[in-house]
Design a binder for this molecule. Structure first.
Ligand SMILES: [Zn+2]
Length: 402
């Protein structure tokens, strides 16, 4: 029997951070195969933590266990609520990506009673929440939407936001993270919000495609701040009318990462990325400071040349809005570089398709006329990889040796 064992460890101090860690052991039969430390570093002022709580480690490792076909054995405490939810979460992935994920069993040393998801208090106009904050368009829109009460009865009082080193910014890239954190801290400070950092080596340990594990990864990190508020908000990616399935974070599955002590809410799926840009533009201070780029060439801001930077410029330009200062502040750069865009995923293609559907009166800009060729190029590439490349390989294999 192949098993993935999770052994939570006592907290320790590393480089001034408080480290919460778990040993992840692969065991085949009775033979240990490998052992890795999965760690999450929080600042000393972060809320207290019970070392026996294994919920973040289980959430973080579920997709890895399913990917490797290993049963999970958790040497700690997990709530019955989380176990039930994760069973359904696993069913989603086994159904939508059966070639990649298998159903696995989960055995836990201590199961805490089923208390149901914490309900928001009726007395509070805005129940408290925490939120993930990268400084990007989705995250900035999320805090603005809740700060202004745009979410109606769903509006939350965000008590704290968490910025993570180890996802888009490598966990050992101190300069890059510090610069990004300083900008995000200033942005949130203008709304009176506290920002906490968290550093993790999760991506080095959980070797599963990122586009399928970013939801579990975020939920695992936010668990370490659940003492601040019983609800955590994850900013939406694709809107309800253009959902990409399967995808690591979506309104279909994110709530299934809730435990008895932390309810996960997927927030804002009624808005497209361009809708978010339009609404965020009513907060120029926030809009002008967004950081959307995954490139490490411009710590704390954007390269203004990659697909995501150009797409975000387009999200503002499509409504005739000014381009944010952090993205160059000028549409001419978008017009000049649009021909360089190469789409790498179905989600990126869906985003550009949605941009093509928005029509404003008057002549279209150069960048708008380029969307159709960009989508065609992406489709031709997909056909080549799916059909022609295997055929060419087969042909090459049959060719007589010279
Ligand atoms: Zn960029």
């Amino acid at each position: 029997m192949k098993v993935l064992e999770l052994h939570p460890e006592p907290a320790c101090t590393v480089d001034g951070w408080t480290r919460r860690a778990c040993e992840v052991r692969r065991v085949d039969g009775n033979t240990p195969q490998s052992s890795h430390s999965l760690w999450f570093d929080v600042p000393p002022e972060a809320p207290a933590w019970d070392d026996a709580d294994a919920e973040p480690y289980l959430i973080a490792c579920l997709m890895l266990a399913m990917h490797e076909g290993r049963s999970l054995r958790v040497r700690g405490r997990v709530s019955r609520t989380l176990l039930e939810n994760l069973e359904e979460y696993a069913a989603f992935w086994v159904t939508t990506a059966p070639a990649r994920y298998q159903r696995v069993t989960v055995e836990v040393d201590e199961v805490s009673p089923h208390t149901g998801a914490p309900a928001p208090s009726a007395e509070l106009a805005r129940p408290a929440a925490i939120a993930a904050f990268s400084g990007g368009l989705d995250a900035s829109f999320l805090v603005w939407r809740h700060h202004t009460g745009m979410a109606g009865l769903r509006s939350r009082q965000i008590r704290a936001a968490v910025m993570i080193a180890g996802f888009d910014i490598p966990c050992d890239s101190r300069v890059h993270f510090d610069a990004s954190f300083a900008v995000a801290h200033g942005t949130l400070q203008s709304l009176g919000l506290v920002l906490y950092p968290l550093r993790t080596n999760l991506r080095q340990v959980i070797k599963v495609p990122w586009e399928q594990v970013h939801g579990t990864s975020l939920a695992a990190c936010l668990q370490f701040y659940k003492a601040i508020a019983p609800t955590a908000l994850l900013g939406s990616c694709e809107p309800y009318n253009h959902l990409v399935t399967p995808w690591g974070s979506s309104p279909v599955i994110d709530h299934l990462l809730s435990s008895a002590s932390l309810r996960i809410v997927h927030d804002g799926a009624e808005y497209s990325r361009s809708d978010k840009a339009r609404l965020l533009a009513t907060w120029p201070f926030g809009a002008n400071r967004i950081r959307v780029c995954w490139s490490d060439t411009h710590p704390g801001t954007n390269c203004q040349a990659c697909e995501k930077c150009l797409r975000t410029m387009a999200n503002f330009a499509v409504h005739g809005l000014p381009i944010p200062a952090s993205l160059g502040g000028n549409v001419e750069r978008l017009n000049r570089l649009i021909g360089t865009v190469r789409l790498r995923s179905t989600a990126q293609a869906a985003e550009w398709r949605a941009l093509r559907l928005i029509r404003q009166p008057g002549a279209r800009d150069r960048w708008q006329r380029w969307i159709t060729p960009i989508l065609w190029r992406c489709q031709l590439r997909a056909v080549f990889h799916a059909r022609l490349r295997p055929w060419l390989r087969q042909l090459a294999g049959r060719a007589p040796a010279r």
